[in-house]
Ligand binder design. Structure first.
Ligand SMILES: Nc1ncnc2c1ncn2[C@@H]1O[C@H](COP(=O)(O)OP(=O)(O)OP(=O)(O)O)[C@@H](O)[C@H]1O
Ligand SMILES: [Mg+2]
Length: 276
């Protein structure tokens, strides 16, 4: 994918390969994530999106190739070194749940208690500040079971940003949410990106939100990544991208504010549609 100006990458994969048993998950994957921008990682189930997120957090090592995070090649890092890198990264795992036995405030405070020596009073004010940021002021005393799905997701986001990360990794934040909550989470993520100058990486199946949010799209397919500005990828002639977009297009065609006409025009071979 041609990009006139190569952006400055805060995170970069270079020739990363990973096998699990006989299954090849990554096969020489190279791609970058620009600093301070929103990158959305797309790909079918099992394409390796969550694995990619885990690699950035140093939770999964590649068999070969390198992963660079914030100017450091973390590939050979020890657990201790990775711990320092993780201090700069906020992570919201796929299905990442709040702990049921703790209140919302206690959940959000967890990383501060584990990674800092802040006094209790300061922890409280840090937690309050994050809850306000995600639109959940006055809910700190509630237990997760008392929250709606959208509220839980926002509380988990508050926890992911409580350490002021410079990189935020969010795995499937929209799954299981109704369209209104999808919009809220999406707006919140973009807002966090703008105000905190976060390098944000979101994985998603949700085409409409992905296109609204992304400065850069990263398609995972066949163990590699095809990345570029959304407009370029939408116009791509790459069979694999076209096929993925067509399969997902029903869901995002509903969002009329998106111009999907060029894509629909390419729907010339209905038998290629996975969801028909
Ligand atoms: N620890 C592991 N051991 C064995 N196989 C694994 C492991 N982690 C992931 N895989 C395999 O790696 C592939 C990629 O998984 P991954 O969870 O990254 O996909 P994904 O794109 O996030 O999928 P989904 O959209 O369903 O969340 C899958 O085939 C999965 O079975
Ligand atoms: Mg996943």
């Amino acid at each position: 994918m041609s990009e006139p100006e190569e952006p400055e990458f805060r995170i970069a994969f270079d020739g990363v390969s990973l096998k699990r048993g006989e299954r090849v998950i990554f096969d020489g994957l190279s791609c970058g994530f620009p600093r301070g921008r929103v990158s959305v990682v797309l790909g079918g189930s099992g394409a390796g999106k969550s694995t990619l997120i885990r690699m950035i957090g140093g939770l999964q090592r590649p068999d070969s190739g390198s992963v660079r995070v914030a100017e450091q090649d973390i590939t050979g890092f020890s657990e201790r070194e990775l711990f320092k890198v993780r201090d700069r990264i906020g992570m919201l795992f796929q299905g990442g749940a709040l702990l049921d036995s703790m209140t919302v405030a206690e959940n959000v405070a967890l990383p501060l208690r584990e990674h800092t020596r802040l006094a209790e009073m300061d922890i409280e004010s840090e937690v309050d500040r994050r809850l306000v940021a995600v639109g959940l002021s006055d809910t700190g005393h509630l237990y997760p079971r008392e929250l709606s799905g959208g509220m839980s997701r926002r509380a988990a986001l508050a926890r992911a940003i409580v350490m002021d990360p410079e990189i935020l990794l969010v795995d499937e934040p929209f799954s299981g949410l109704d369209p209104i909550n999808v919009r809220r989470i999406e707006a919140l993520l973009v807002d966090l990106n703008r105000h905190l100058d976060l390098t944000l990486i979101v994985t998603s199946h949700h085409m409409a939100s992905s296109l609204r949010m992304a400065d850069r799209l990263v398609f995972m397919v066949d163990g590699i990544a095809i990345a570029g500005p959304p407009d370029d990828l939408l116009k791509s002639a790459d069979e694999r991208i076209v096929e993925f977009l067509i399969a997902e297009s029903d869901s995002f065609a509903e969002h009329h504010e998106l111009d999907v006409t060029p894509l629909m025009d390419r729907r010339t071979t209905p038998d290629r549609r996975k969801n028909s």
